[in-house]
Design a protein around this ligand. Structure first.
Ligand code: G3H
Length: 251
């Protein structure tokens, strides 16, 4: 059985009630399918204000909680920012850094992403470094250059043996319903893995119907899932379908 990472990025969605419902549905789903969570690292990334509620509801289910962003500073006079030390204290394990929505909507550079990642490592959090090319860059044949550059700058000065995860998220596949082909995703994830040797996830329109093909590729260690992570049934159907296909492949 392959170990996979099933990461759900709720982005700016959900509520206190939705968080509770998600946990209740998750508990029901797994009580009907004992064993399905084996060899799976599950993490939900809610908006900051829902983190305490998520930690309270998910911890007993074996589901970890992460944050979608963190400051490049420690505690202090930085209005609107949240320090990694606060996220750690709140019960987070992972922090997404460099998501394309942060890079493109909020203008975050690879240098800033790197500072955030280093700051997370200092606080004992595991950064999930997102990299990905735009459609323009892909059409211009620049995917490899863009990914290598974001990766090199993103992990600059990481201490040897630092624990982190990389998520390959082609910008053109995010929220569009058009996932990368398993072949293309595998090629880029292999390039990343050859260079950093940490778990590499694919993100961009992952859903129950395409997860098995993507996650069965040798260089894809799971997914960073947006839209399909908002409902527990959809999110865990991704895992269920992958494990069913995996089982079928050995029979
Ligand atoms: O962080 C998640 C990614 O942006 C993927 O989002 P999506 O699954 O809605 O395409």
């Amino acid at each position: 059985m392959k170990k996979i990472f099933l990461f759900g990025n709720w982005k700016m969605n959900q509520s206190l009630r939705a968080t509770e419902n998600f946990a209740a549905e998750s508990a029901a789903f797994f009580s009907e399918r004992p064993g399905l969570k084996a060899e799976t690292e599950i993490c939900i990334f809610p908006p900051f204000v829902l983190i305490p509620e998520a930690v309270k509801n998910f911890t007993n289910l074996g589901v970890t909680v992460g944050a979608q962003n963190a400051s490049d500073h420690g505690e202090g006079a930085y209005t609107g920012e949240v320090a990694p030390s606060m996220l750690k204290e709140a019960g987070c394990r992972y922090v997404i850094v460099g998501h394309s929505e942060r890079r493109h909507i909020y203008g975050e550079s690879s240098e800033l992403v790197n500072k955030k990642a280093l700051n997370c490592l200092t606080s004992g959090l595991i950064p999930v470094l997102c990299v990905g090319e735009t459609l323009e860059e892909r059409d211009a044949g620049r995917t490899t250059d863009v990914i290598s550059d974001q990766l090199r700058k993103g992990v600059k000065d990481f201490p040897a043996g630092a624990a982190y995860v990389v998520a390959y998220e082609p910008v053109w596949a995010i929220g569009t319903g058009r996932a990368a082909s398993a072949e293309d995703a595998e090629k880029v994830c292999r390039l990343i893995k050859d260079s950093v040797r940490v778990p590499v996830l694919y993100g961009g329109s992952v859903k129950p119907s395409n997860a098995a093909e993507l996650f069965s590729r040798p260089s894809i260690d799971g997914g960073l899932i947006g839209g399909a992570s908002l409902k527990a049934r959809d999110f865990f159907a991704i895992l269920k379908n992958f494990r069913a296909a995996e089982l079928e492949a050995v029979l």
